[in-house]
Design a protein around this ligand. Structure first.
Ligand code: ADP
Ligand code: NI
Length: 207
């Protein structure tokens, strides 16, 4: 099987699984993370481009929010798929990414990260900030039926604006690669601009 065929098989396999995910984890998030990962890898020249593409493609394959309790099963499915489709040599590295990016990284930051993880994690985090990040956050908040914001502190804890402070504004400082740090700068500034305008409009006339 050619590399192109292997990628096509893998795309179909992921797409079928993604069809059950919410739109914050949809196919186009995967596509953007693949593109960002390829870009970072090209600039930094760190890993085999085929491996980077596959790792990005599979990075959310066993996401805990959507696969509660079934992470081990997802990893097993993935392992079988890779073996059956001539990708067994990449198996352990891809599974490592799935485990670190999809769920383990939520609980802890691994001490030493390999280059593949550094790339895919940066790409995933870049897609959570900037204009796309704002869109994804409100999309997710709507899906969860969360309020957008409340000036009442207790209520605001559950708002999408609060998610900016809990996560989105922290991501710029967490980038692993120089290339991602450069991309993160503009996206972070956009988050700040968005918040500034949001509060300006929220407070309009309420003096
Ligand atoms: P990742 O793709 O990095 O694994 P998550 O699974 O944590 O990201 O979240 C998917 C998307 O939903 C991200 O854009 C994230 O910012 C957003 N999101 C997650 N939790 C919340 C929340 N409580 N409120 C608003 N957006 C959220
Ligand atoms: Ni992701």
């Amino acid at each position: 099987m050619s590399d192109k065929n292997k990628i096509e098989m893998a795309e179909k396999f992921v797409k079928d699984k993604m069809a059950r995910y919410d739109s914050g984890h949809d196919w186009w998030h995967i596509t953007r993370v693949r593109n960002l990962s390829a870009y970072i890898n090209e600039k930094e020249n760190l890993e085999d481009p085929l491996l980077v593409d596959l790792a990005a493609l599979f990075h959310d394959f066993a996401d805990s929010k959507f696969e509660s309790g079934n992470q081990a099963e997802s990893v097993e499915q993935l392992s079988m798929f890779l073996d059956d489709n001539g990708l067994g040599t990449f198996s352990s590295r891809i599974i490592n990414i799935v485990q670190e990016v999809s769920f383990s990284s939520r609980k802890k930051e691994p001490g030493v990260k390999n280059d593949l993880l550094r790339i895919v994690q940066d790409a995933d985090r870049l897609d959570a900030i900037g204009a796309i990040g704002v869109a994804r956050a409100f999309n997710y908040g709507g899906y969860r039926n969360n309020i957008i914001y409340s000036p009442v502190e207790g209520e605001n804890r559950y708002s999408t604006i609060n998610h900016f402070y809990e996560k989105l504004l922290l991501l710029r400082a967490m980038m692993n690669t120089e290339t991602a740090r450069i991309l993160a700068r503009e996206r972070h500034e956009f988050l700040e601009l968005f918040l500034k305008q949001f509060y300006l409009e929220w407070n309009c006339g309420s003096f």
